[in-house]
Design a protein around this ligand. Structure first.
Ligand code: 5GP
Length: 203
């Protein structure tokens, strides 16, 4: 029986700042060895604890603009005065090897991926309520009131893009959000179009 995937799947995950996306992603990747995280390129500075090549590839604006000019990016966006983008080559190699690739990207980048790769899976993560998002941002205790209200305002703008996504995952509890994503991935894997090689034996 053929179990190996014929081609990897692009999984796009978006959600507002403070929703707990990184925790959900870390848990999901721990459970799913066949998913590879796309390490983005960014011009923003590393935060405490972030490692180059692990969380992001941290590059200069000049280097990022060179990548844009050379068409090396599947998508990119400017977000809060910095560039963020996905390397086309890095993900293509993994998809060809039958490995799923997870992109943690914001809504403008996701819209570009949708235009170029309509078969990708588009998942948006929301908190159980807007009040809960505000509570989580305050609980971090790292940002001023101004920054927090800026993030909440940005979240409202991002929520308007939800109808362009395929799935809405509610992060009331990390394990529930991960379960919902696992269910989405399993159903996507069972699509007839994803099983053409197995199906060929029966037709
Ligand atoms: P942060 O600076 O908090 O790590 O990320 C800010 C935003 O940029 C998040 O919404 C994150 O999903 C998004 N982001 C990270 N990498 C990429 C990327 O390669 N492309 C796009 N379009 N957005 C990204």
């Amino acid at each position: 029986m053929i179990t190996k995937k014929e081609k990897g799947q692009i999984i796009v995950l978006s959600g507002p700042s403070g929703v707990g996306k990184s925790t959900v992603i870390a848990e999901l990747l721990g459970q799913q060895p066949n998913i590879s995280f796309s390490v983005s390129y960014t011009t923003r500075s590393p935060r405490t604890g972030e490692q180059d090549g692990v969380n992001y590839h941290f590059v200069s604006r000049q280097e990022f603009e060179r990548m844009i000019a050379n068409d090396e990016l599947l998508e990119y966006a400017e977000y809060v005065d910095n560039y963020y983008g996905t390397s086309l080559k890095a993900i293509q190699e993994r998809l060809d090897a039958g490995i799923d690739v997870l992109l943690d990207i914001e809504v403008q980048g996701a819209a570009k991926v949708k235009r170029r790769c309509p078969d990708a899976l588009f998942i948006f993560i929301i908190p159980p309520s807007f009040e809960e998002l505000s509570r989580r941002l305050h609980a971090r205790n790292t940002d001023s009131e101004d920054i927090i209200s800026g993030r909440l305002e940005k979240a409202r703008v991002e929520f308007r893009e939800i109808p362009n996504y395929d799935y809405l995952v509610i992060n009331d509890k990390v394990s529930n959000a991960v379960d919902e994503i696992q269910a989405i991935l399993l159903s996507a894997e069972c699509r007839v179009t994803n099983r053409s090689r197995i199906l060929a034996q029966f037709t």
